[in-house]
Design a protein around this ligand. Structure first.
Ligand SMILES: NC(=O)C1=CN([C@@H]2O[C@H](COP(=O)(O)OP(=O)(O)OC[C@H]3O[C@@H](n4cnc5c(N)ncnc54)[C@H](O)[C@@H]3O)[C@@H](O)[C@H]2O)C=CC1
Ligand SMILES: O=C(O)[C@@H]1CCC=N1
Length: 273
């Protein structure tokens, strides 16, 4: 049985651990290293997994090591883990935004099989979307292991060109926040017209859920679904023309560009380490 250790037991690690347990991985096969005592207690209570305040102990017998810490924490952990990883050479999976495979190879050892991936917070409810990218040392069996872990919390897609991983981050990694911002704006617009907030929120939320489900279940292009809502000279056309006048596609493209650049900057800031 594969032993999986998580370094960092925060939001994303919790989502992945929850998904793995739900899809049949025994809790006994999971270990989590987490410096905060309160977080360790809640991981133990919620998931019955072994927790450690020492990264080396958690990583010692792992076949797969998942790095689920902030990018800025990477330099602190590679000093601790490099020797352990050189000896055992587990599959290393990083979910850190921006951090590149060549950096991980430099820090943790260039003989390691490494998968860089980018999940998102809907992983918490099993509706995540993850892009994965592997270095050349990853065997077909290890690709399956990595995919199995991320499939436990949603859909997965392999990205062969690592340069596109910052695009994945800007699209699906950060994407849930764009939709939350959109729902906030919709809700606020209706409240400004006099609707009670609670009514505005439930109508906006259900609209997003319904539209999202139609995208998934109808198998139609978003443009086709949009056209079906849009009666000639009707209300939707008026709203969409307003979006166009305000250059909505450009606003979105600029935001995705900003997120992509930020991913690159996060990595560049670590190049000196
Ligand atoms: N939040 C999101 O939507 C997504 C985040 N990510 C990436 O996942 C990573 C983790 O993000 P979150 O789970 O949101 O952050 P988080 O802050 O909830 O979790 C990080 C955990 O690492 C722990 N930690 C700090 N220093 C440590 C050390 N030296 N050794 C071991 N653990 C340490 C923290 O106490 C914390 O519990 C980040 O690199 C982020 O870029 C990836 C996809 C989506
Ligand atoms: O905002 C961030 O940096 C992380 C990566 C993708 C979602 N959250």
């Amino acid at each position: 049985m594969t032993h999986i250790a998580f370094i960092g037991g925060g939001n994303m690690a919790r989502s992945l651990i929850g998904g793995l347990l739900k899809t049949g991985t025994p809790a006994a096969n999971l270990r989590v290293a987490e410096p905060l005592a309160q977080a360790r207690e809640s991981l133990g209570r919620d998931f019955s997994v072994a927790t450690f305040d020492d990264n080396r102990l958690a990583a010692a017998d792992a076949d797969v090591l998942v790095l689920a810490v902030k990018p800025q924490v990477m330099p602190a952990i590679h000093h601790e883990l490099r020797d352990t990883l050189q000896r055992k050479r587990p599959l290393l999976i990083s979910i850190a935004a921006g951090v590149r495979i060549d950096q991980l190879e430099r820090w943790f050892g260039n003989l390691l099989p490494i998968v860089r991936c980018m999940p998102n917070t809907p992983a918490l409810i099993g509706a995540g979307a993850t892009g994965l990218c592997a270095n050349l040392r990853v065997t077909p069996q290890q690709r399956e292991q990595a995919q199995h872990i991320l499939d436990a919390v949603g859909i997965t897609r392999w990205i062969e060109d690592e340069a596109l991983m910052d695009t994945v981050t800007a699209l699906s990694g950060s994407g849930p926040a764009y939709f939350f911002a959109f729902v906030e704006a919709l809700e606020n617009a209706a409240v400004a017209q006099g609707m009670p907030r609670e009514t505005a929120r439930i109508l906006a939320t259900q609209t997003c859920l319904g539209a999202g489900r139609m995208l998934v279940e109808s198998n139609e292009a978003p443009a086709t679904l949009r056209q079906r809502v849009t009666s000639p000279n009707g209300t939707t056309q008026a709203a969409l023309e307003s979006f166009s006048a305000d250059q909505f596609p450009r606003i979105v493209a600029r935001a995705v560009g900003a997120a992509t650049r930020r991913g690159e900057e996060l990595a560049a800031a670590l190049d000196k380490d």
